[in-house]
Design a protein around this ligand. Structure first.
Ligand SMILES: [Fe+2]
Length: 145
């Protein structure tokens, strides 16, 4: 299904996240540094802002439109906290292959959760008007970065 324009930039980030997740999941003893660098670059350039937009714009708009009881909200926030913790640790030093692979699984599962559960629920719960407003808010938040 084609994503509503309000969610398309976030979905594009998800595509990139899956590419990074794949590199992390394949991290071996030789390629650990490269996979870690790929994640940290994605973290700095895309993911940090992406999380902020979801936490500050997307989830509140979803909750305001009636999605507040969705279990996806808590799951997304817990995942974000875990991924942030990984990013902090990776910024402080090199990680083991196991940790990088674990992060790869976490990132891929997180994208799946949002694309399969959260985004379809948002498209269902928000009216066309609310989705248009969300699109403007997401674009505004992304510009402010
Ligand atoms: Fe996301």
């Amino acid at each position: 299904m084609k994503r509503h324009p309000a969610l398309q930039t976030l979905s594009r980030d998800h595509h990139q996240a899956l590419v990074v997740a794949q590199r992390l999941r394949k991290a071996g003893d030789r390629g650990t540094g490269e996979a870690q660098e790929a994640f940290l670059e994605f973290w700095r350039k895309e993911c940090q802002l992406h999380f902020r937009v979801e936490e500050e714009v997307l989830l509140p708009r979803f909750a305001a439109a009636g999605g507040g009881n969705s279990p996806a909200i808590a799951r997304v926030l817990v995942d974000h906290a875990e991924i942030r913790l990984h990013a902090l640790r990776l910024q402080e030093g090199s990680a083991s292959t196991d940790v990088l692979r674990e992060l790869g699984e976490l990132l891929a599962d997180h994208v799946r959760l949002e694309e399969r559960d959260l985004f379809p629920a948002i498209e269902e719960v928000l009216s066309d008007r609310q989705l248009r407003r969300l699109a403007a808010d997401v674009a505004g938040a992304e510009r402010q970065s």
